[in-house]
Design a binder for this molecule. Structure first.
Ligand SMILES: CCCCCCCCCCCCCC(=O)SCCNC(=O)CCNC(=O)[C@H](O)C(C)(C)COP(=O)(O)OP(=O)(O)OC[C@H]1O[C@@H](n2cnc3c(N)ncnc32)[C@H](O)[C@@H]1OP(=O)(O)O
Length: 217
């Protein structure tokens, strides 16, 4: 059921960028894949910064190497998409803290041939739940965002209909994690994804999840 960590370093490519359709409104949230990025000029938060620990940096370098094979692509990450709420300073939920390193510190890589989205994640101190450990809601958020982005890149616009999580081992704040998701099957509008979170060295399996996304439009 779970894919082995070593398989990360084998696979295939794609070169797409997510954009919002210009007609999108708040309640019809459509994403499409195109070769242009409307967020040009905005900071890409998926690039290393000074708060990244050595483990996150090492994993990032490994995946960046994999992009040279053409099998993986790095996913740019901005704190906003094109305007759909006029006059309101909106932010992407995972990028809503200005300070680096204190919230969701992460970057993603996508493998089209495997319908697989991987997120390298370092949970910061503002995600605390139990003392010293990540809040379960923050873990659900990074799972839904990773598997959800994987579903969007694979199928286009989706919404999360169901998310089922087994929290197996607590996640210490500041550690480096690999959030690994893939689309398992598609039945009509239903997109079934699996996701697990493991420690950077693959020694600890922290979390397993299944998600159901519904294709829109
Ligand atoms: C640069 C740009 C960057 C952008 C980055 C983007 C990253 C994105 C990351 C995003 C990550 C964050 C993402 C978020 O945070 S998404 C936000 C959280 N999710 C929601 O708010 C969703 C709320 N729910 C709905 O809107 C509707 O219920 C949806 C749209 C989901 C379906 O309503 P709709 O009227 O359209 O469809 P339907 O009811 O005819 O159902 C269709 C089929 O599905 C089956 N079904 C439905 N529900 C369930 C269920 N719970 N369990 C099992 N099955 C279920 C149903 O039986 C039927 O099956 P069948 O009869 O066909 O066999």
């Amino acid at each position: 059921m779970l894919r082995s960590y070593s398989r990360l370093f084998q696979r295939y490519p794609t070169i797409f960028t997510l954009t919002r359709l210009p007609t999108a409104r708040l309640q019809t949230c459509h994403f499409s894949i195109s070769s242009t990025c409307p967020t040009e000029g905005l900071r890409d938060f998926g690039l290393p910064n000074a708060t990244w620990g050595p483990n996150l940096r090492n994993l990032y370098d490994k995946f960046l190497d994999l992009t040279n094979t053409g099998l993986w692509r790095r996913i740019p990450s901005h704190n906003t998409t094109v305007n759909h709420l006029e006059g309101i300073g909106k932010r992407m939920f995972l990028r809503n803290i200005d300070e680096d390193g204190v919230g969701f510190e992460y970057c993603m890589f996508y493998n089209k041939a495997e319908s697989r989205m991987v997120c390298l994640f370092q949970p910061g101190p503002y995600l605390e739940g139990p003392p010293g450990y990540a809040h379960g809601g923050s873990i659900a958020t990074i799972i839904d965002s990773t598997a959800g982005a994987g579903a969007v890149y694979t199928c286009g616009s989706v919404m999360t209909a169901n998310l089922n999580i087994n929290y197996l081992k607590p996640i210490p704040l500041g550690c480096t994690l690999l959030v690994d998701s893939y689309v398992e099957k598609i039945e009509g509008r239903k997109v079934y994804s699996r996701c697990h979170i493991q420690s950077h060295d693959a020694l600890i399996l922290h979390t397993e999840a299944m998600a159901l996304y519904i294709k829109l439009g």
